[in-house]
Design a protein around this ligand. Structure first.
Ligand code: NAP
Length: 260
């Protein structure tokens, strides 16, 4: 299927590695012009170089911390200065820390609010003036918005807010022909998931490999997802091929979630 991504301009946040990198790679492989960001300049520049070398696509890479409004505006402005407009936006960021609710401080709630919810609002607000009919926005949340996960309260609470944002915005922007959707990763094999497996392992007194095996036992397809599995779903929802899909939430979880 031709996704119709050729020459389209895509902003992909938090993309020096992991889920963001997977989506950026899938978009670039289909001919999109891709602007990626993450906080660490040398990492995001190396990722941008690798994307360009591998796909031959035009790639921009910039340091940007999505918890900082000015940093977001600089990234969006630099992209629009180069390519004139935006067709696609992947809203993404690092994940908040794990912990039981009674262990979480007010400062941690506030930081998670800025990292997960406010960053989403700010990226969308910065990109929207440069988007027009046929453009698409895609957020990244977590299976915890449907089935809360032990010790991931910060993620669950803030990402539920992101889901409310997606459904509301999908209605508000439908008349302008701009689509808004959400992707739910189950367990995609990234540093973040390996880090969470390490925390689970030390809490249960098992090895990280055992923690990983136990998690995989609950995935009907029998393996963790790859960033390419995730990237393919992301590129589709951000592409013109998904022209009649808005307000939707797609699970990329190998069948892991039990809710219907
Ligand atoms: P990852 O492998 O740790 O990658 C995180 C990426 O985000 C890196 O490129 C990092 O680069 C960047 N980043 C972190 N904080 C940032 C910030 N404030 N501003 C800009 N960039 C930032 O994580 P991942 O697995 O791809 O996860 C991405 C998101 O999906 C996270 O919120 C995670 O909690 C969520 N999630 C993932 C899974 C999964 O299966 N992997 C499941 C559920 C939810 P720098 O360090 O250079 O900034």
């Amino acid at each position: 299927m031709n996704l119709g991504l050729e020459n389209r301009v895509a902003l992909v946040a938090a993309a020096s590695k992991g889920l963001g990198f997977g989506v950026a790679r899938a978009l670039a492989a289909d001919g999109a012009r891709v602007s990626i960001c993450s906080r660490t300049a040398k990492d995001v520049e190396a990722a941008g170089q690798a994307l360009g070398d591998e796909t031959g696509a035009e790639v921009m890479a910039m340091a940007c911390d999505v918890t900082d409004p000015e940093s977001i505006n600089n990234w969006v402005t630099a992209t629009v200065d180069r390519w004139g407009h935006i067709d696609a936006l992947l809203v993404n960021a690092g994940g908040p820390p794990a912990g039981f609710i009674r262990e979480i401080s007010e400062a941690q709630w506030e930081a998670a609010f800025q990292l997960t919810l406010m960053s989403s609002i700010r990226m969308i607000n910065a990109a929207l003036p440069h988007m027009s009919r046929g453009s698409a926005i895609l957020t990244v949340t977590s299976s915890s918005i449907r089935e809360p996960i032990e010790r991931l309260a910060l993620s669950t609470v803030m990402r539920s807010g992101v889901m409310g944002l997606v459904k509301t915005l999908a209605d508000e922007l439908a008349g302008e022909g701009i689509r808004v959707n959400n992707l739910i990763p189950g367990r995609i094999d990234t540093d973040r998931v390996r880090q969470l497996d390490g925390i689970t392992a030390s809490r249960l007194g098992i090895t990280p490999e055992e923690a990983r095996e136990r998690a995989m036992a609950n995935i009907p397809l029998g393996r963790l997802g790859s960033i390419d599995d995730f990237g393919a779903a992301g590129a589709f929802l951000l592409s013109p091929a998904a022209a009649y899909i808005t307000g939707a939430s797609l699970r990329v979880d190998g069948g892991q979630m039990r809710s219907v």
